[in-house]
Design a protein around this ligand. Structure first.
Ligand code: SF4
Length: 271
C-alpha cells in the first residue's frame, strides 16, 4: 500500500494477511473483519496466513523512491498481520497451501527472516516501524546480532490500549535493544505512563516516540480528549516526540491536540 492512509507512516507493507486477537485493542481489527467478510479463515490461532508475494517489490520501490528524493521514508509493518507472531503455515493468494520442498516459503517465520536478514539491511532510506502486540517475542525472533547492535533503520513498537496492557507490554518492549515507540491506539481508558517498571524507569521513559489516538469506524469506543492532553503534556515534559492521530475520525481534532511530531532525531541518525 503506497502512500499509506495511516498518517504517521509513508508506506504500509504486509508480508502476509492473518493474525489472531491479543487484547481489547483487537476487538474491531479491520483486517480480521475484512477476512471474515470474504469468508477467509485467517484469524484462528492455528489457521494458515495468506502470503502477499508482491510485498518485496513494493519495498524495493519505496527504497528507490526515498533514495531518489534524498529522503528517509517510514514503512509500517504491517496493518494486516503482526510481525512478531509465532510462525504459522502459509497459503498462496489462491488459498493453496505452500508446501515444504515445493515452494520458496511455507511459513511466516521465513518471510520475517527474509525481511530482517535481506531487506532491512539493504534499505538504508527506509525506517521500518515493527509494531507488535507481542513484544515478548521480539528478542526471540530478531537476528542474534541485532541484540547487541540493533539496526539504525528499525524502530520497535507496541500498542497498549489501557492501564493493564501498558503495564504488561511496555516492560516487555523495554527489554529490546534499539529505538522504540508506542502506538497508543485505540486508547480505551485513561493510562498513567508515569508508573514505574521493576527497573525503576517510568513507562514513558522506555520509548523514543509516542503516537496516540482513539478508535474510528463502526462500533468505535469513545476517546476522552483529556487523555490526549495528559499524554501530550507528559511527552513534552519528558522530551518524547508526540503524534496525535485522531479522536475518532468524525470529530475534528481540537486545535491544542494538533501536535504531529516524528522521531526526527532518529531519522537524522539513520541518515
Ligand atoms: S494484533 Fe493487530 S492484526 Fe492482530 S488481531 Fe490485533 S489488531 Fe488485528
Amino acid at each position: 500500500m503506497e502512500n499509506s492512509k495511516i498518517e504517521w507512516t509513508n508506506h504500509t507493507a504486509n508480508l502476509w494477511w492473518g493474525c489472531c486477537r491479543v487484547h481489547d485493542g483487537c476487538t474491531n481489527c479491520f483486517a480480521a473483519i475484512m477476512a471474515n467478510r470474504y469468508g477467509f479463515n485467517l484469524w484462528e490461532k492455528d489457521s494458515p496466513r495468506r502470503m502477499i508475494a508482491s510485498v518485496w517489490k513494493d519495498i524495493e520501490k519505496y527504497q528507490k523512491l526515498a533514495a531518489e528524493n534524498g529522503e528517509i521514508h517510514r514503512v509500517f509493518i504491517g496493518s494486516m498481520m503482526d510481525i512478531f507472531e509465532k510462525s504459522k503455515p502459509l497459503i498462496d493468494h489462491k488459498f493453496n497451501p505452500l508446501i515444504e520442498g515445493e515452494s520458496e516459503f511455507w511459513n511466516t517465520g521465513q518471510l520475517r527472516d527474509k525481511l530482517f536478514n535481506e531487506v532491512i539491511p539493504n534499505s538504508p532510506n527506509l525506517m521500518f516501524l515493527l509494531l507488535s502486540k507481542r513484544p515478548s517475542n521480539i528478542n526471540k525472533y530478531i537476528p542474534k546480532s541485532w541484540k547487541s547492535n540493533p539496526p539504525k533503520n528499525v524502530i520497535f513498537g507496541t500498542s497498549p490500549v489501557n492501564q493493564e496492557t501498558a503495564e504488561k507490554l511496555i516492560p516487555q518492549l523495554d527489554k529490546v535493544n534499539g529505538f522504540k515507540f508506542l502506538s497508543v491506539e485505540p486508547q480505551l481508558t485513561d493510562i498513567d505512563f508515569t508508573i514505574k517498571m521493576k527497573n525503576g524507569k517510568m513507562l514513558i521513559e522506555s520509548v523514543d516516540w509516542i503516537i496516540q489516538g482513539g478508535e474510528s469506524g463502526h462500533g468505535r469506543r469513545p476517546f476522552d480528549v483529556e487523555w490526549g492532553r495528559k499524554l501530550r503534556d507528559l511527552c513534552l515534559e519528558k522530551g518524547v516526540p508526540y503524534f496525535f492521530k485522531q479522536i475518532d475520525k468524525k470529530l475534528p481534532i481540537t486545535e491544542d491536540l494538533l501536535v504531529r511530531q516524528f522521531a526526527f532525531e532518529l531519522i537524522k541518525k539513520v541518515a
